[in-house]
Structures are given as C-alpha cells and as structure tokens.
Design a protein around this ligand. Structure first.
Ligand SMILES: *[C@@H]1O[C@H](CO)[C@@H](O)[C@H](O)[C@H]1NC(C)=O
Length: 250
C-alpha cells in the first residue's frame, strides 16, 4: 500500500582521525567508515527489502540486499570481503535476520507517527506581483504544512473549474515532516468574479476551499473624492470672488 523508503535507517559511523592531533595542530586526514542499514517497506511489513551498505570514505564497497540474500562486492576490495563474509554462516544469518529483528519491529513502532501521520494544509490566497502581467497581479494559492505529500489543488472561477492557465510547484518537503505547494493562476483576476482555490488531501474529510474577490478600488475612489472636492472648492471660490468684486464695483 504505502511505500516508505528507509524509514528505519540506522547509521553507524566510525570516524578515525589520520593522526592524533596535538593541541592546535592541523589534522592530517579523516577516514570514515559508515554502515547504513536501510529498510524499504514496499507493502507494509508484507514485503520488506533490507539493504545494508558498507561505505568507506563515501564510497560504497559492499552491500547486503535481502533480494539477493548474500553480500555483494561493489569494488575489487569489496568483492574479497563479500566472499569472506558469505563464508561465515553466523554473519550471513545475522544480516538476513535483520529483516525480522530490525525492519519489521521498527515499522510497527514508527507507523503511528510516520505512515499514519496526517496533518491538514493551511490554505490561503494572495495576490502576487507579476512582471509579465501588469495590473493587479496574479492569484497564488498556498498550501502549507501538510503531510503526507500527495495533494490536489484546483482553481475555480465563479464555481467553474479552470483546468488551464494553472501552474503548480512540485510538492516541496520542508524537512520537518511537512510539505508545501504553491499553485498560480496565470490569468489576471477580474473585478466582480469570485475565485476559489480547492484543496483535497488525505487529512481532510471534505475538500477545503478558500475564496477571493477583487476588493473595491479604494485608492482610485479616494483620488476621485479628493479631486472632486478640490474642483468644488474652486467653483465656490470663483463664485465668492465674483460676488465680492461685483459688490465692490457697485
Ligand atoms: C499488500 O499486502 C496485503 C496484505 O497485508 C495484501 O492483501 C495486498 O494484496 C498486498 N498488495 C500488493 C500490491 O501486493
């Protein structure tokens, strides 16, 4: 059902310093040996694949793959080691048993906050400036902080879906078990039309919708009121001056 890659990977890292450094002395080198035990849950615990990687200075030199069931060398030196390990029944048996003693128990342990983790998105609509579309800008729908990644975002115009002129980013994992997605409507919004962004996600019982309408153009109406008042003032001033001058001359 759900494929979880390396949900229970353990890292055993051994760093050996090239020479014991005296105080304030530069290190002559760093040599790193790493073992990565990777569990792939292809269908829950029904189908599990274990990959145990042996790495020296970032180069994988041998690995055990439960699909192959023996150690395999990835470099000439790794091939020698793999042959050696494959001839030690206890070593082989131990590594093979990790599927049951390591991967499967960790899956059960981690499932409530990994496989079953559900966080609903926060959805909002914003108007963003666009150089290719001068004017009010373009509408952007943001879905934030949701988990897991699969999500569907749709734009509607007065209830009618807009399948075209919609560009979405990939779903971006934030690195903290949450994801983000941005979906831009590539046609400039018009006044008097209601735009809706609808999000479907496994965490939501019903699709979540946000609506947006062009706000009344307050800046332009304020300018109009100001100019109108100024003109009216001028008219009264002229009238007053006219009366004054006529009174004075008569
Ligand atoms: C996954 O495992 C379940 C049993 O837990 C089984 O019923 C189902 O058919 C399997 N699905 C696939 C795609 O193999």
């Amino acid at each position: 059902m759900e494929r979880v890659r390396g949900a229970g990977a353990v890292l055993a890292v051994l760093v050996v310093l090239g020479a014991p450094p005296a105080a304030g002395e530069e290190l002559s080198g760093v040599f790193q040996h790493m073992v990565k035990t990777e569990c792939n849950f292809i269908n829950g615990t029904e189908r599990v694949r274990l990959v145990d990687r042996k790495i020296y200075n970032r180069e994988q030199y041998a690995h055990f793959d439960s699909d192959v069931w023996v150690f395999v060398g990835d470099t000439p030196y790794g091939e020698i080691l793999a042959r050696y390990w494959n001839n030690i029944p206890e070593k082989l048996e131990y590594t093979r048993s990790l599927v049951d003693t390591y991967c499967r128990p960790y899956y059960e342990l981690d499932t409530p906050f990994s496989v079953e983790r559900r966080v609903p998105p926060s959805v909002s609509i914003s108007l963003v400036p666009s150089s290719s579309h001068p004017g009010p800008g373009l509408l952007l729908c943001s879905g934030m902080d949701f988990y897991p990644a699969p999500v569907q975002v749709r734009w509607f115009q007065d209830g009618q879906e807009l399948p075209e002129h919609v560009v979405a980013t990939d779903v971006v994992p934030s690195g903290d078990w949450s994801c983000q997605v941005l979906v831009l409507l590539e046609i400039p919004p018009r006044r008097g039309v209601t735009y809706s962004c609808q999000v479907e996600h496994v965490s939501l019982e019903h699709p979540l919708s946000r609506h947006w309408e062009m706000p009344p153009d307050t800046v332009r109406s304020k300018i109009l009121v100001g100019v109108g008042g100024f003109v009216l003032g001028l008219v009264f001033l002229a009238l007053g001056l006219g009366f004054y001058l006529r009174e004075k001359s008569s």
